[in-house]
Design a protein. Sequence first.
Length: 280
Amino acid sequence: MTSKKTWLITGVSSGFGYELTKQLLKKGDIVVGTVRKLDGVKDFTDQYPDTFFSKILDVTDTPSIHKVVNEVFTKFKIDVLVNNAGYGLFGAAEELSDEQVDRILNTDLVGSIQMIRSSLPHFREQKHGRIIQISSYGGQVAYPGNSMYHAAKFGIEGFVESVAQEVASFNIGVTIVEPGGARTEFRYGSAQVADELPAYDGNPAHDFKKMLDPANGLAPGDPARMAARIIESADKNPAPLRMVLGSEALKNTINTLEKRINDYKSQTDLAASTDFPTGE
């Protein structure tokens, strides 16, 4: 039987954050959840007054991240940090505004980086901890019309993979979760779309509109099952570095990586041509 844990989860008012919190509280764990507005977690507060604790936090505000994380670790011995806060932004790169670019990077990339950086000194002092970074298979596979989302997810995966190697000796495990399409608010509620330019009518950059329309079929991923697998991963030792959720996501990821590897292998002579000759 697994031991009870205390979790710090960002963005618990919707999506995976909400589902994770619901399942964890039901099984008796403690959750400290961050939200931008308290009304989104009133049901948790009312039903679990002794095991659910909310914190107001906008992850684009770095000073507030440091303040909240320090307060939480002072009051609780956090076992698991889940970086979940984030959203999708769709549209051709040219269609995006400067404000949209800055906001998604500050939310999906910089916010997660700063949450991890703020938590590491506390995990080291505790001599244990687990970091679960919610990414996407879009951290490995890129599609048109998703450029800034991919920029954030490719970026956070590189950061987290490096940090995982830095902190392994401190008994801090790190897992990158790469979900495929799921039936959450991410796709059917919170997704943001750029103002369209006529030049991109019929362009692959606008294919996302079919995906966002439920009339074209719902996403295959079950948020409840995905959340259960994420929770189970916290008890695995060593921590799995990556975990893909969804058969379609895994298939597309493997196909993309195989093509990438074959492309690299075809460049063997090209790469060697830029080395100094042996002995020089």
